[in-house]
Design a binder for this molecule. Sequence first.
Ligand SMILES: [Zn+2]
Length: 163
Amino acid sequence: MGINIDTNDLRNLRRCVELAREALEDGDEPFGSVLVSAAGETLFEDRNRVKGGDETRHPEFEISRWAAAHLTPAERAAATVYTSGEHCPMCAASHGWVGLGRIVYAASSQQLTQWLTEWGCRAGPVAPLPITQVVPGAVVDGPADELTEEVKALHRARFPHLA
Ligand SMILES: [Zn+2]
């Protein structure tokens, strides 16, 4: 496991991967995220919902908005965001603006970009910058090696037409 990822983190990441699978099975992209309080309580969870045509419906963005509406600044800073795939720049910015705490991801944007290239798939319109390039003060842990193959397979399943 990643150097700073413990069994509790891994349990939360597994829930993110479940949500990602649920998204994929419902025709969305395989991404899922969970917001956990300082006490370890799951506060909110969501998964990708872009199939309706709104490409900003990322779970990490929903988490930022939920946190802004429901948590004090101190509660946000003490909370952890778990996610199956590293935040895109839009979600990283929202995370930074609302002042959420640590981020733990299963797969990095760099890994996803590498997989898409490997499969000959076109990259998205937004640069896959690391979170810390968008939010320099963010505390970020990942990737989680135990989940790499599972997350990769979920993304691969988006492209059934490929050989
Ligand atoms: Zn995003």
